[in-house]
Design a protein around this ligand. Structure first.
Ligand code: KIV
Ligand code: ZN
Length: 387
């Protein structure tokens, strides 16, 4: 496979994901998640929206300082103040990126009530300004999938001429369908001068449950960056789930011959950490990382699985970092089993912490036949609240 076939993974858990009402993460939690994303091989981490608050600025700056290999990106609206603030936060990264956007659909551009010429000037001015600060600039026409084609082509062309290196095409309200998603990228590649010199990104929301399908369709049409979040965290019905795109490209490489740089064995751990710090539990039947994604209950399935795992599994649990052994926790379990189970759930404890949790775990186990993963997570969260 050539460089052409590489799909860049842009994770926006810490920006679009955190915009889910109630998903706010602490500074330390954001740094931890960013570290895991970096280690897992995420190409670009959108670390936040620096002008949104002092806390967001501080988190983006600290993530920029900590990052080892990922590009660190910050979001900015289409004005010079936002862009300057964004640059102040991301400039500490080895590889910084400024991401600036403006709404281009009739509904969105009516709010500041810009004429086409005013819109063109605004895009030219802001992208040029960002490019004077940073070599790596991403531009997004928000609500692109509900923007008229001619209008979209014109704005994308202006952004490319002003120096944008990545053009992101957001399906802001999760309105598009897979065939349209592909046709839009193909149309832009064919019609916009200079389109072959930049990377097109796809950024899908999941309002109709089509975010992953739309993202993959865009890749097949030529997009080479997928914007996504862990567990599909994001406003309303969320964003494209990173784990779904990565595993779909891996498992169905026969028909989608593209590669990502993601170490898929780290997916389960980061999924659990994001669920824990955001407070958004993963639904049991969620693809790839749900509790039941590799569980089998019916007799026929269990029988098939015992003879040949491929009968009912298209991926091996180990491919996503799930140990095949199901440790059942109860009152006879010891400290080592508790430590290993908690580590599997994303909690790495020191000896003193483990001692305390073990006492509370034993008290709980005395009242129940089996202590489930959710009980342990709740036990850990109660412990946090008491600290
Ligand atoms: O969904 C969206 O349009 C966005 C933009 C800011 C890129 O998140
Ligand atoms: Zn979005």
């Amino acid at each position: 496979m050539s460089e052409q076939d590489k799909v860049f993974i842009f994770d926006t858990t810490l920006r679009d994901g955190e915009q889910s009402p109630g998903a706010t993460m602490s500074h330390a939690e954001k740094l931890e998640i960013a570290g895991l994303l970096d280690e897992m091989g995420v190409d670009i981490i959108e670390a936040g929206f620096p002008i949104a608050s002092e806390g967001d600025f501080a988190a983006v700056k600290a993530i920029s300082e900590q990052a080892k290999t990922s590009v660190i990106c910050g979001l900015a609206r289409a004005n010079l103040k936002d862009i300057d603030r964004c640059w102040e936060a991301v400039k500490h990264a080895k590889q910084p990126r400024i991401h600036t956007f403006i709404g281009t659909s009739p509904l969105h551009r009516a709010i500041p009530d810009l004429t086409m010429d005013e819109m063109a000037d605004r895009i030219h001015e802001t992208v040029t300004h960002a490019r004077n600060l940073c070599d790596n600039v991403q531009w997004s026409p928000m609500d692109a999938t509900r923007t008229e084609e001619d209008y979209l082509c014109r704005t994308v062309e202006i952004a490319i001429k002003a120096g944008a290196t990545t053009i992101n095409i957001p399906d802001t309200v999760g309105y598009t369908a897979p065939r349209e998603s592909a046709a839009l990228i193909q149309m832009l590649l064919e019609r916009v001068p200079g389109a072959d010199e930049i990377i097109f990104a796809t950024h899908c929301h999941n309002d109709l449950g089509m975010a992953t399908a739309n993202s993959l369709a865009a890749v097949e049409a030529g997009a080479r960056q997928v914007e996504c979040t862990i567990n599909g965290l994001g406003e309303r019905a969320g964003n494209t789930a990173l784990e779904e795109v990565v595993m779909a490209l891996k498992v169905r490489n026969d028909i989608m011959p593209y590669r990502t740089g993601i170490d898929s064995t780290k997916l389960m751990n980061i999924s659990r950490r994001v669920a824990s710090v955001s407070g958004f539990a993963v639904q049991f039947n969620k693809a790839i990382v749900g509790k039941n994604a590799f569980a089998h209950e019916s007799g026929i399935h269990q029988d098939g699985m015992l003879k040949n795992a491929e009968t009912f599994e298209i991926m091996r649990p180990a491919d996503v970092g799930l140990s095949e052994t199901n440790i059942v926790m109860g009152k006879h379990s010891g400290r080592a089993a508790l430590r290993s189970k908690l580590a599997e759930l994303g909690f790495d404890l020191g000896d003193n912490q483990l001692k305390d949790v073990f006492v509370r775990f034993k008290a709980l186990a005395d009242q129940k036949k089996e202590v489930y993963d959710e009980d342990l997570i709740a036990l850990m969260q109660t412990g946090d609240a008491e600290e």
